[in-house]
Design a binder for this molecule. Sequence first.
Ligand code: SF4
Length: 90
Amino acid sequence: MTTRGRPEADLPAVMAGPAPWARLAACRAAPDVDFFAEAPEEVARAKAVCEGCRVRLSCLEASLYEPYGVWGGLDVRARRRLRRSRQAAA
Ligand code: SF4
């Protein structure tokens, strides 16, 4: 799949897959933002892109088990907390 300004290798599998919403992902148009970085300032930049993304919720559901990076506006720890809170509520 062709991306707008971002190599496929920089995206997690859920973003490179066939989901229609993935084509609308704001991160595809942000090649200068590293969604796998660990430095706090880079994580904040990634989260800022997610904040303005119109497919954030779809992305979050699809990436809930991604082991690295910022996806759906959440970092790894936040996704883990969300999974646990959902499991506790089930
Ligand atoms: S929420 Fe963030 S990681 Fe997910 S598609 Fe949007 S910009 Fe990309």
